[in-house]
Design a protein around this ligand. Sequence first.
Ligand SMILES: [Zn+2]
Length: 201
Amino acid sequence: MLFFGFFVMKKEFEKSETKVVLPGEFLSTGEEFVPGRNAFDSGSDVYSDTIGFVQADNKTKEISVKPAVELHALKRGSIVLGRVGLVKENSVLIELCKSPGSEERQILASGRAVLPVRNVSREYVENLSLCFKIGDIVRARVSEILPGNNIDLETNQPDFGVLKAFCSRCRKPLHLFGTSLRCINCGSSEERKIAKGYLVK
Ligand SMILES: [Zn+2]
């Protein structure tokens, strides 16, 4: 069961370089840590249940994946993770799904945010579909909250953009080689607006 968690992260994140993990990602061996919040045991290892930041407590030997700020705290400048739902000519729709057990259901009923083409990059973007594709995992910042809880995002900084992309031919994760993305399964090469800290190397 995979949930894509929607998390608003602490500002400190940018400084602390906390590791971002995805649902099903390996966290540690069961000998090193026991699963805490948003983590689970499978076999002898511990995995992440959701998207978020790894927090390892060396005293309690517990490893968790943590949403840093609750959703109602969403505001201009908040950093979010989401998944690309649709790429249109002038905007990208990002799905902001709540984490399991979140109490902010009503706030995220819509669960969507918009990344307008003008907010994508500092450079001119000619073809938005070369920057993002459906299913990509994205880190972005809230640029504006419009009436009706419509959330506008921006990715026009090196930290923001695609954290994990999938091959449009075979759907396998794309690996980062230097500044380009390549599928090691089928050999396809693809472009994206890649975020610093892209997850698949
Ligand atoms: Zn491929």
